[in-house]
Design a protein around this ligand. Structure first.
Ligand SMILES: *[C@@H]1O[C@H](CO)[C@@H](O)[C@H](O)[C@H]1NC(C)=O
Ligand SMILES: *[C@@H]1O[C@H](CO)[C@@H](O)[C@H](O)[C@H]1NC(C)=O
Ligand SMILES: *[C@@H]1O[C@H](CO)[C@@H](O)[C@H](O)[C@H]1NC(C)=O
Ligand SMILES: *[C@@H]1O[C@H](CO)[C@@H](O)[C@H](O)[C@H]1NC(C)=O
Length: 476
């Protein structure tokens, strides 16, 4: 009992202290804010509403027999790539300046946080650059184990065979290793065969070689404008000012410097979830939420509802899922029991956009941050490392003994409560009505050639190529 009292008092005192000085010791924060946008650790993603630490909503449903699990996953946690690492390496200079400020007693960092920063070294292994980390492998492996445990009957009823279980990954090392780690968790001690479509992957990388997307979205400077406008707002600069003051600077650090520190903080946490990155101590939770929003705006326009091409290039995966489910529903023989795809953020996000997930009204915009705190479009929830959409097809026995076909969608292994379904349990009829038209009309060739009505008929390939060349030039 007394323990509870002590804990309660500690919390109350903690709150009071927090009210007086907003920068408490990060190192001793028991509940740090870990929603770090697209570099969020899978384990901590707010998208995992079923809870962290290996918990999962994914489980069998009484009276239902799973017939197929279909999954698309982003690769697991990776280290900064070569170009990022080169930029981030400069942070050691900032570390030294922060240390000097601390020694001159200008800094408001708490002693533990300051000490952790003093001892910090740039440790990203260049041999692993852009490669999946040990943490990333482990996360994917545990994910595979959980899927097996929850749907044991799908995996133990028959021996592994290439026809029964499809594993496919993109042509990158991190997607390949993610697939292998997941498969090891799902089928320990079995030699699984992996498929890949090489450099021309219209299923798992429909955005690759997609002229319209590259020209109008990914390579178009307009795509970044909303984020840039947000970064230019007084409230963002106020955050930069406050961080600079906290660290004892008499001038404002640049936005880039602040964002590098943020990147190191989130890379370190995602690639070793047990550690505290001292770089995270530079920020209050409110600071972190502001930076998170900037990234959410970027991906809203780059991979989400901000541009209609994005959801259109998400259709090949919808089509793959729907056609496979249709076969299962119709009792077509020799369908695989498991289909597992390993790819990248853009594929997961554009798939979610095609399915209509997290389509906020009003839309997130550079000038409505205050009213978007409850938005669904949060990359921390939708696109952490290892982010995955899973759909499971069930034959259920209805009350009259008849077969009722159902589908459940899971995002980050938590049930996705689609409107029109019963607490996430959707009838196959509903899913078919919702998504089969999207599958049938899917034509990425047409979309990428700029021939969709939605992409405005005026788009000419020449204009695309000009804008592409312009972006390439500006990138180097
Ligand atoms: C991609 O593959 C398709 C057929 O699979 C082929 O027609 C097309 O030319 C390829 N594109 C590239 C860029 O290699
Ligand atoms: C730092 O930024 C704040 C907030 O934008 C601004 O008010 C202040 O004048 C800036 N300080 C310096 C030294 O530029
Ligand atoms: C599932 O139900 C459908 C429709 O009744 C039936 O055709 C199919 O054979 C069933 N599949 C299994 C494996 O029970
Ligand atoms: C897309 O275009 C490629 C090459 O032009 C072709 O091989 C492929 O069959 C087309 N795909 C569709 C779905 O039309």
């Amino acid at each position: 009992m007394w323990r509870v009292v002590v804990v309660v008092w500690a919390v109350v005192l903690g709150r009071l202290a927090a009210a007086a000085t907003p920068y408490v010791c990060y190192a001793s924060d028991q509940d740090p804010y870990l929603q770090f946008g697209t570099r969020t650790a899978y384990e901590f993603s707010a998208g995992r509403t079923a809870g962290p630490a290996g918990q999962s909503d994914v489980r069998g449903i009484p009276g239902c027999k799973p017939l197929m699990v279909w999954m698309v996953a982003r690769h697991g946690a990776r280290n900064p790539n070569g170009a990022e690492a080169d930029r981030l390496r400069q942070i050691t200079k900032l570390r030294d300046e922060i240390n000097r400020n601390y020694e001159e007693r200008n800094s408001k960092l708490c002693p533990t946080d300051a000490q952790n920063l003093q001892q910090w070294q740039f440790t990203f292994n260049s041999a692993e650059e852009d490669g999946i980390s040990q943490q990333g492998r482990e996360d994917m492996n545990l994910m595979g184990k959980r899927v097996r445990t929850k749907f044991e009957e799908l995996f133990s009823a028959q021996e592994y065979s290439e026809q029964s279980y499809v594993f496919k990954h993109t042509n990158t090392q991190r997607a390949k290793i993610s697939a292998e780690s997941f498969a090891e968790g799902l089928f320990p001690s079995t030699q699984v065969r992996f498929q890949t479509n090489g450099n021309n992957d219209t299923l798992l990388k429909s955005y690759q070689n997609c002229l319209a997307w590259e020209g109008l979205v990914d390579g178009n400077p307009e795509t970044l404008k909303p984020m840039e406008k947000f970064l230019g707002l007084p409230e963002f600069n106020r955050m930069v000012y406050e961080v600079s003051q906290r660290l004892g600077f008499r001038y404002n650090l640049t936005q880039d410097t602040i964002l590098y520190a943020y990147d190191i903080c989130r890379y370190e946490k995602a690639n070793n979830i047990k550690i505290v990155s001292p770089w995270c101590a530079l920020f209050t939770p409110d600071d972190l939420k502001l930076i998170e929003y900037a990234e959410d705006l970027r991906f809203y326009h780059n991979t989400g509802y901000g541009n209609s091409i994005n959801s259109r290039i998400g259709c090949p995966l919808v089509k793959d899922m729907m056609y496979r489910f249709r076969n299962v529903a119709n009792g077509v023989e020799d369908q695989p029991s498991g289909v597992f795809y390993f790819t990248h953020l853009t594929s997961v996000m554009t798939l979610l956009a095609r399915l209509g997930v997290a389509n906020d009204q009003p839309a997130p915009s550079y000038n409505n941050y205050a009213s978007q705190t409850r938005r669904q479009w949060k990359t921390s929830a939708l696109a952490p490392f290892g982010s995955n959409l899973m759909a499971v097809f069930f034959n259920c026995t209805g009350s009259s003994g008849s077969v009722e076909q159902k589908v459940v969608f899971y995002l980050q292994e938590s049930v996705l409560p689609l409107p029109g379904c019963d607490a996430g349990l959707c009838t196959w009829d509903f899913v078919r009505e919702q998504f089969m038209p999207l599958a049938d009309e899917c034509n990425v060739n047409r979309t990428c050639a700029g021939k969709d009505a939605a992409a405005h008929a005026t788009l000419s390939i020449a204009a695309l190529i000009i804008s592409l060349v312009a972006t390439l030039v500006s990138r180097f």
